[in-house]
Design a binder for this molecule. Sequence first.
Ligand code: CO
Length: 490
Amino acid sequence: MTEYSEYISHMKELAALSSSAALLQWDQEVYMPIKGSQFRAEQLALLSTLIHKYASSDKLGHYLESHLEDSKLNEAARINIRRSKEDYDKAVKIPASLVEEISRAQSEAFQAWIKARKENDFKIFKPYLAQIIQLQRKYAEALGTSPDPYETLMDLYDPGIKLNAVNETFEKLIDGIHKILQAMDGRFKQHLPKGDFPSDLQKEFGEKICKSLGFDFKAGRQDISVHPFTIGLHPRDVRITTRIDEKSLAYMLWSTIHECGHALYEQGLPAEMHGLPLAQPASISIHESQSRLYENNLGRSKVFINYWFPEMQEIFPDALNSYDSETYFRAINRIEPNLIRTEADELHYHLHIYIRFLIERDLMHGKLDVSEVKERWNALYKEHLGVTVSDDVHGILQDVHWSHGSIGYFPTYTLGSLYAAQFMEEAYAQIPNLHNSLEKGKYTGLLQWLREHIHSKGRSLSSDQLCQKICGKSLDASAFISYSEKKYLH
Ligand code: CO
């Protein structure tokens, strides 16, 4: 066996271990009986130790070191080695003691966050948040990807990302969004219909939409969970989940389309390279660009609603009879400021993210103290959304991310939307008669284009390189702004 094929089998074993852990996590959310949680934690802890051993083994490190510039290897092999080396270097830079300290602090913080939410009192969570921030600063220092600790953390989710570029992009985006909101003048105020949407009919309809978008049910499945998510075990085994509320069709349908977008990316990664970086997603931001492209740019578009609304009316006649597709289009895109990120519309959503970005950034830079965080949060909501935060559960305690130690993750949601708008603009320019196909409910052309330009590329390029290659320019808020102007002001 050549050394390269030894590397491949090592990586495939690592992928088998990680996907087994992922499957156990999936089961935990979907099927596991509540009393199984203690034993499940033991199983997952063992697997995560084994995964860490595999990912940081000396043998792997030695191989990567000596073959990094090996000219006998082909281009694809060299990309795999380069990316694996980046991962390896990160894995070995973090002392095991810090990994342990962080994992303990996170599970304590998560418990405290749950308790704080129950009692609607941020004070309970505050000391744990302070500890998370302090440990994340230590973690960033150990990694040392950038002299800026916040940039180092963002880089974990979007390799190569630059804080300056994100600052500038946000400023332009937030300014653009405020201008559109001011110009809207009472448009898009329709409410979604209330009524009965039986859950079996909803599930069936959701699956039909996924199928039409290109989700392969022989290489994946859909189940029910409290929070919808996607797990790709392998391009031939991708799991999505949804949640059904019998009083509302919209929640199930658009979260299903969102997860389906994630799943199409996972199913489109090159299966023959499974376990290697070339079969991994480019970044969390690009992953999110795929879900948001399907959910918003396609799923909430007029052409999509026009096609599907008659069928929706047939399935749910009582609830939808008093609507036509134009009114439904306006209702599904209803614009209104609110307190909760996950319930926000397409425009206000980014104001929610911007607030979290400013707070995280300033916390990591030491310009904001945890003792001032709640006041800052409430003031920013007043300033940007014009809403008064009623209590902690509807304010600073609403998201789980910080309790999990995820600092630097929030921006990927907004970047995902911006990339989605840039990619969709290019798709319209490059795919012949795309609009006509979408009018007929035909989505294969769009999927093939995404497969060719994004999914099949794996992790060969960073988010920025990928965007440059497809759109001829870097991340830029203007595509999202002009998409929004066209949709909401015309
Ligand atoms: Co998502």
